[in-house]
Design a protein around this ligand. Structure first.
Ligand code: HEM
Length: 257
């Protein structure tokens, strides 16, 4: 059999469509393992039916149990430069990596009212945690955007009830509520989350912060804080009464977080 040039091969029996048409969080080939009810993860129905299929390259017929590597892709192509420059591409990648989709949003929305009253305490505890170490505490000696009250000059005089800290906590509580109640299919949600992250890197992202000195918090401390918050929330979710949230819902909520 003469070799067939690659460009001329039509693989209509194995059409793989990793595109934005697919449900969010399900563009990655293995996503259906998390959402088994999903009808397709980009492979057309035809591609999974093996009866009377013939490979256009080798001429071989499908046998029971065999699978075509083209119809079973394992790798999604990601452009590192687009990840840096395009928010939608970045978000698609994150959602697909974490398999974050509508079911995750639904369970977060269900959990939100159940843990809402804990948010003020979680935020207080987070700042207490950040005050346990000089590297994280000293960041709060700098004057924040929009705050014109008194700020101590020495680290030891900065307390958790300093006016600027009280002010800071308002933003953090609002962020925590937004995380649990946002519409994750909306670009605006991601634009906000993205700006919050970027503003900690020394780059200006929010228009309302244009005229203040850049904030530089090492990624290390942001990741540690996020991990800390996640542990507190997960513990709170696991402690909810079964009548409030079933075991399956608790597992789903922890996965969504
Ligand atoms: C869980 C991780 C974190 C989240 C979700 C978070 C979230 C936020 C939010 C929502 C704001 C206000 C944004 C606005 O102006 O609208 C903010 C500001 C700020 N964050 Fe964070 N943050 C985190 C970690 C940290 C850490 C680890 C530090 C320092 C050690 C820090 C220091 C600050 C400071 C100083 C500001 C105020 C900057 C200014 O207004 O001048 N953040 N953060």
């Amino acid at each position: 059999m003469s070799p067939v040039p690659v460009e001329t091969i039509t693989t209509d029996f194995a059409s793989v469509d990793i595109s934005d048409q697919l449900p969010e969080g399900q563009r990655t080939p293995h996503a259906t393992e998390k959402n088994p009810s999903s009808p397709s993860h980009g492979i057309s129905e035809d591609s999974t039916s093996k009866s009377s299929l013939t490979c256009p390259v080798s001429g071989a017929s499908a046998t029971p149990g065999s699978s075509c590597p083209i119809s079973n892709p394992t790798t999604q192509e990601i452009s590192p430069s687009l990840l840096r420059t395009s928010l939608p591409d970045r978000i698609n990648y994150i959602k697909d990596f974490l398999m974050f989709g509508t079911p995750d949003q639904d369970i977060l929305h269900k959990v939100a009212p159940l843990v809402n009253d804990l948010i003020p305490q979680v935020v207080d505890d987070l700042y207490a945690k950040l005050f346990e170490f000089d590297v994280t505490k000293q960041v709060f000696l700098k004057r924040n955007e929009g705050f014109d009250g008194p700020i101590p000059s020495r680290l030891e005089d900065l307390t958790l009830d300093s006016p600027q800290l009280v002010y800071r906590k308002i933003f953090m509580k609002s962020w925590a509520r937004r995380v649990l109640t946002s519409d994750y299919s909306s670009g605006k949600t991601w634009a906000y989350m993205d700006k919050v992250g970027i503003m900690h890197t020394g780059v200006k992202s929010f228009r309302h912060r244009n005229h203040v000195a850049p904030l530089v918090v090492p990624y290390r401390d942001c990741a540690l804080s996020l991990g800390w918050v996640q542990t507190v929330l997960q513990t709170a979710i696991l402690q909810l009464a079964p009548a409030e949230l079933s075991n399956d819902e608790k597992i789903a909520a922890i996965g969504a977080e």
